[in-house]
Design a protein around this ligand. Structure first.
Ligand SMILES: [Zn+2]
Ligand SMILES: [Zn+2]
Length: 244
């Protein structure tokens, strides 16, 4: 272990050899920024979710009027999670950043995106465990990484709570949800998740992490499995689709 002086000297030296770049646009950046350049941070922040929003599922309301309150969907049926929060609306710059991260393998975006998601998420209770939405092992092999796990790792650091990525598992190799309707998505993920060690979640406040909340089918199905194992579930997604 290097002492602080030596390690910052080493860092400065490495910065000269390999100047840090913004993982989105590849411009040079200051190392102590949020790992993204100011331009990219600004284009993402246009899509930050603003109040008023649903106090349960986090959906922002179309009108600026009024206070945070439960939305019609959450009033008519309780979701299997306690609260869900998202940092951004899933559009334009946010959509492009998530596509670069997830489909173009820009995993260097994980620290910035994970921290942005954590900073935007305020819950009524502190979580005790962070759990990513799992990928089926077949999909994991194709993609090479689980984007939700990379985000969850950063979120677990931000909240200073442990990460459990092995006890919620995906037992069905489901079809990609992208081109499916809300009803098809629900059917597609039904029974897709299981809990391996039920004791891992019993009595815990679990923070479930995914990249995007679209219809909520995947989030709800994971939440049901966690709730069935005795967890109280809270949800963070980086982005929320509002036109679904
Ligand atoms: Zn940039
Ligand atoms: Zn709601």
């Amino acid at each position: 272990m290097l002492n602080t002086g030596a390690s910052s000297a080493l860092r400065s030296f490495l910065d000269i050899l390999f100047p840090p770049v913004c993982p989105l646009c590849e411009e040079d950046i200051q190392l102590d920024s949020l790992c993204l350049c100011t331009g990219c941070l600004n284009s993402l922040s246009i899509f930050k979710i603003k109040k008023p929003a649903c106090t349960v599922c986090g959906l922002p309301f179309a009108s600026d009027a009024g206070q945070d309150r439960p939305c019609g969907n959450c009033l008519s049926k309780d979701p299997p999670f306690i609260e869900a929060r998202s940092a951004f609306i899933y559009e334009e710059a946010v959509l492009q950043a998530i596509h670069a991260f997830k489909y173009k393998g820009k995993v260097t975006l994980a620290p910035a995106l994970g921290r942005l998601a954590a900073e935007a998420s305020i819950f009524s209770a502190n979580p005790g465990l962070v759990v990513p939405v799992p990928l089926h092992k077949k999909r994991l092999k194709e993609r090479g990484f689980n984007q939700s796990l990379l985000l969850a790792r950063e979120i677990s650091k931000s909240f200073s709570v442990p990460l459990d990525y092995s006890n919620l598992i995906r037992v069905k190799a489901t079809e990609q949800q992208v081109n499916l309707s809300a009803e098809e998505r629900k059917r597609n993920v039904a029974g897709a998740f299981e809990v391996k060690d039920r004791g891992a979640f019993k009595g815990k406040r679990v923070l479930l992490v995914d990249d995007v909340y679209t219809t909520g089918a995947t989030i709800r199905e994971c939440s049901k499995a966690l709730k069935g194992a005795g967890a109280k579930v809270f949800v963070i997604t980086l982005a929320r689709a509002i036109k679904v």
